[in-house]
Design a binder for this molecule. Sequence first.
Ligand SMILES: NC(=O)c1ccc[n+]([C@@H]2O[C@H](COP(=O)([O-])OP(=O)(O)OC[C@H]3O[C@@H](n4cnc5c(N)ncnc54)[C@H](O)[C@@H]3O)[C@@H](O)[C@H]2O)c1
Length: 251
Amino acid sequence: MGNRNLENKVAVVTGGASGIGGAITRLFTGRGAQVVVVDLQKEAGEALARDLGDAVVFLQGDVSDWAVADTAVATAVERFGKLDTLVNNASASRQKPFDEQTDDDWRLALDTGLFATRNFMLAALPELKKAGGASVVNFGSGAGLEGQRNQASYAAAKEAIRGLSRVAANEWAAYGIRVNVVCPMAMTPGVVQWAEARPEQYAQSAAKVPMGRFGDPERDVAPIVAFLASDDAQYMTGQTVMADGGAVKLR
Ligand SMILES: NC(=O)c1ccc[n+]([C@@H]2O[C@H](COP(=O)([O-])OP(=O)(O)OC[C@H]3O[C@@H](n4cnc5c(N)ncnc54)[C@H](O)[C@@H]3O)[C@@H](O)[C@H]2O)c1
């Protein structure tokens, strides 16, 4: 039998229909978890749910909408009896120089990144408290850590998520809730789009990875998220974990 380190866990995974989120949904269910997937993409979400059977419920919705966060939590409890794992993976942004980014660009990055993360954390809190040994995994980015060009609103949202995660780690440790951040680097539809739009920047990023490649969402990134969600990481909170082939080394 393979690794079953998420046996009996119930998770909400935002943006869980494709890309890294899709890989997380697959790996989590393969390791014994039941998952509520929240995503804008109806077709991809429904296909994934069909594929993975009873262990997955798909909820179409925009993560920046409070009501969607509440519905996701209620769905986890109704369908699977509890909620002990929250993965705030969804995010959207537009890449442009700082002085060209509009209020609308900023709203997109902050609403889908920072505010969605906050909303889902607060919506989940009562259930996470009840669960005992709960885990929240939020998503940062090397773009924020390194101040990557054309990513002003995205970098700001991602660094705000790291700040929020450290505060929540301190405040929620009393409830047995751990909060950590993963900064991935993986080949996903979002990255493919970015690579096509900005080939020089993509080539520079790839050249900076000591392991010589962008990661694979399912083999390289999802297992790190699974570790943080599992009881194996029970003494780990408030951390940022780089899942990026060594591109950024935090100290
Ligand atoms: N891929 C990378 O190399 C990389 C690097 C750094 C950080 N990240 C972060 O990792 C996470 C996943 O990245 P990815 O490359 O898989 O992204 P992606 O763009 O490929 O996929 C994001 C998923 O979120 C969904 N989504 C987007 N906006 C939504 C909304 N408003 N409501 C509901 N669902 C929404 C999309 O439909 C999609 O399924 C993101 O937080 C991203 O910022 C990724």
